[in-house]
Design a binder for this molecule. Sequence first.
Ligand SMILES: Cc1ncc(COP(=O)(O)O)c(C=O)c1O
Length: 486
Amino acid sequence: MLLSHGEIESFVDQTGFNETRVFNRLNRLIQTYWEEQRSGTPVDYKTPFELLDELELDSGLGEQNWNELFTWVEKYLKFAVKTGHPRFVNRMWSAANLPSIVGEIVSAISNTSACTYESAPVSTLIEKFMINEMLDLVGFSGGEGQMTTGSSNANMIAMMAARDKVNLEIKQKGLSQHPQLYAFVGAESHYSMDKAAAILGIGTDHLLKVPLNENGEMDTARLQGEIEQTERNGGIPFFVGATAGTTVRGAYDSLPALIELQKNHPFWLHVDGAWGGSAVLSPYLKKRFLRAIEKVDSFTFDFHKMPGTNLICNILLINKQSGVLRQSCAVGDTSYIFRDESKEEEFNLGTTSLQCGRKVDSLKWFLDWKFYGRDGFALRIERYLQLAGFSERIVEETPELEMVVPRESFNVCFRYKVPLGIPENEFNLQLRTRLHREGIGLIGFGYIGSDLCLRLLITDPGATEESIRSLFRDIVNTGNSLLEAL
Ligand SMILES: Cc1ncc(COP(=O)(O)O)c(C=O)c1O
């Protein structure tokens, strides 16, 4: 029997399940998941076809039965990757911080869009407060910022602001009649830069990839040469995207050198700190990795990566200028949504954003910030660096393993050494797959030049020297048995 409208409204189903039971059941499920996430294997691996069979996604529809509904939740959690497991070292994040999970649940239940003050009063003030905290932390003055949907989009918005700074009319007239614009990034910069160039009409051919020095940093002498060549050819070098912590290697471009170059070439200097930008949270690491960050034009970093706030939590900060975000992002007739009588534009954050609906990401961030404080985050990031150093030493001391490149910061790029005649890349890829499929561990990989490396990233506040040592032990044992089977 189907529920009447009134029954649907009160969420009572034919089995007598009501809201109280829904919340109790949900609470039990998520609490159990949370408590058990560090045990067992990090994933119960199934191929997509096996998993489809298990899930039976096409069964039951419109039954309005809470027991059924919770079996879906149970299935979801059973096959979800346990990102809080000590053997999940694959991505740039792990399980989220509990204060931020509280924030995420509260944002979900109070379901609104952070586009206007009218629809999200507290979130608006929190976001503005947090952006000011970050501007202060980074050392930007007279600037502004916003939360975006991730560093990929933040990189694009920064490139767009740089484009519009060259000529605001591009927004209206496009680029077809405009002198050619060129952007520059390091050869191992993130692919979101290519996306940005494509989306903004700059064109990926106009995104020049600058060769790196042996440490994986953009070679500034080569950059200078390419900028000058571009200028001689009548192009406009409008944007340089430095990376603070490259995705595979963890290299930091030298900001002082780029700022020096900027004196003679007025490009916009943006820093993509999606991954390694979290160093800004520690005064010691800020000095070590982000020297002169307070002088760049814009900076983005993800609180959902090393700091551990629930995904997605990203910040884009602009230095010394205010109103840039609104100038670049606002376009078209928005009167239906931004019709706030108070005319307090600065409190309608949607006008500074590319989105119309904006998920409330500020609360979880704020709760994390209040809970751990700057010092708590600083200690966490410093500890990750210490553990990365520990991991590198294990690799160096283990005869079966080798570093592919020396460690630059938080990324440990290593591989299993194979005897001559066995293709290294193929073997290491197989090793990674076996670790995953057998539930031993999920580890990332990437290429440096043509060399495949296993990439260890530690973003788990519960990681210890012992948990890392045991992971390497299992990697070596699995590599040994793979080798024996060849
Ligand atoms: C250097 C760098 N930039 C940008 C990104 C993209 O970040 P997001 O996933 O927040 O879009 C990443 C993610 O891996 C990254 O490593």
